[in-house]
Ligand binder design. Structure first.
Ligand code: S3P
Length: 442
């Protein structure tokens, strides 16, 4: 049966996990590789590409804008870059599916073009806030309309935008990246201040495409008008996908579980620090960097089960673990004592309201918790109940509760799981291979 076809899962309670395997390519890096390849001069070759729905939405949008994209293999892509300013108008709205990253970065890419464009998405994406990108783009001279702050986003192409000095109100790599893309096509300098570090894949990759960019104590700046030179990129395995197995192993790997070739860019690995603070048994075995060209550090990560204790999460780690917090909450539910996460209000505007979705699922399992405006308080327990949990169509909520089954007394049924294909095609097979008793329903 095709993995994308499942609409629900039934995950057997208990069990152990082990093995040595990798996970699919990094989603954030795959989106960026396509977009930068599209506006570079020459042919960019991407290996390790994430063949998931989100990145395919980006590829389709770029193709609609006149970029030739070849896929000699599912994880290999050739982007025939058209150079800055040579994209052409699409014949209809660009559908970004479930992908917030794709929509926000495309806003930065499209604002300085000579033509208009409309961005739409699925029901989840149509509810997500877009003014965080639209406002600073307008300050650069762009003409962008949202609908009550949400998609559809109408972009009236405006060549001749100006560089900006801007302090981001939230630590958001999507906003930062959109403004860097717009800044590349603008006149003058774009200077961005981050309130806290967020993932820096765009900065690293722009350098790989030959762009001069400065990064100093939370300030990123670049001069507009620089041309990108096509390059070869290797995408590491996605730490955010590995995260489900890191937690699964911390809970139930009697023999070590090893994840290979995982991207360990320090702006992504907050979960490793959190699990170590909880007392987890983790070894990171560096492998160097992916090709010299995009300099993303890579490692094998080995994890063994052991007792976990609850922690108060340092707020500085929240942006560095933002996508891993759903599965971290599962670790907290299995730890001894209390865990508190604050400063994570951003979780409310992800693919779902992840604080509410996790709280609702923990309630089904009988885990004591309190939902806070910007976080969760959880009291861990050795075992919890099973039951039926609604993922709310959110891939990371679905996978987090699959991991929870390792500590349940009865099966956990997880509804609305099709969107797992956005970030982790093949999750079901990987999970079964690791030892989870996951069966697809529907
Ligand atoms: C991403 C940035 C983060 C993250 C998202 C991917 C990116 O979002 O949650 O899954 O690739 O830039 P924010 O920029 O909204 O924090």
């Amino acid at each position: 049966m095709s993995t994308a076809a499942a609409t629900a899962w039934r995950v057997a309670p208990g069990g152990t996990v082990t093995g040595s395997f990798t996970v699919p390519g990094d989603k954030s890096i795959s989106h960026r590789a396509l977009m930068l390849g599209a506006i570079a001069q020459g042919e960019t070759h991407i290996r390790g590409f994430l063949d998931g729905e989100d990145c395919l939405a980006t590829a389709r949008a770029l193709a609609a804008l006149g970029v030739r994209i070849e896929r000699p293999a599912p994880t290999e892509v050739r982007v025939h870059g058209v150079g800055a300013g040579a994209l052409r108008a699409a014949s209809g709205p660009l559908d970004m599916g479930n992908a917030g990253t794709a929509m926000r970065l495309m806003m930065g890419l499209l604002a300085p073009q000579t033509f208009d464009a409309t961005l739409i998405g699925d029901a989840s994406l149509m509810r997500r806030p877009m003014e965080r990108v639209a406002q600073p783009l307008r300050a650069m001279g762009a003409r962008v309309d949202t609908h009550d702050g949400r998609p559809p986003v109408l972009i009236h192409g405006t060549p001749g935008m100006r560089g900006i000095e801007y302090t981001l109100p939230v630590a958001s790599a999507q906003v930062k990246s959109a403004l860097l893309l717009a800044g590349l096509a603008a006149s003058g300098r774009t200077v961005l201040r981050e309130p806290a570090p967020s993932r820096d894949h765009t900065e690293r990759m722009l350098r790989a495409f030959g762009v001069q960019l400065e990064q100093r104590s939370g300030v990123i700046s670049l001069e507009g008008g620089q041309a990108l030179r096509a390059t070869a990129l290797e995408v590491p395995a996605d730490f955010s996908s590995a995260a489900f197995f890191l937690v699964a192993a911390a809970l139930a790997a009697e023999q070590p579980l090893r994840l290979t070739n995982i991207g360990v860019n320090p702006t992504r690995t907050g979960l490793l620090e959190l699990l170590c603070l909880m007392g987890a048994d983790i070894r990171v075995l560096p492998r160097g960097s992916t090709t010299l060209h995009n300099a993303e550090p890579v490692a094998d990560i080995e994890v063994k089960a052991g007792p976990l204790r609850g922690i108060t999460v340092p707020e500085r780690l929240v942006p560095l673990a933002i996508d891993e917090l759903p599965v971290f909450f599962i670790a907290a539910a299995c730890a001894s004592g209390e865990t508190l996460v604050r400063g994570a209000a951003e979780l409310r505007v992800k693919e779902s309201d992840r604080l509410a979705a996790m709280a609702a699922g923990l309630a089904v399992l009988g885990v004591e918790h309190r939902l806070l405006p910007d976080g969760l308080w959880i009291r861990g327990t050795a075992r919890f109940a099973g039951g039926r949990v609604d993922s709310r169509g959110d891939h990371r909520i679905a996978m987090a509760f699959a991991v929870a089954a390792l500590r349940a007394r009865a099966p956990i049924e997880i509804l609305d799981v099709a969107n797992v294909a956005t970030s982790f095609p093949g999750f079901e097979e990987c999970a079964r291979q690791a030892g989870l008793g996951l069966a697809a329903l529907g």
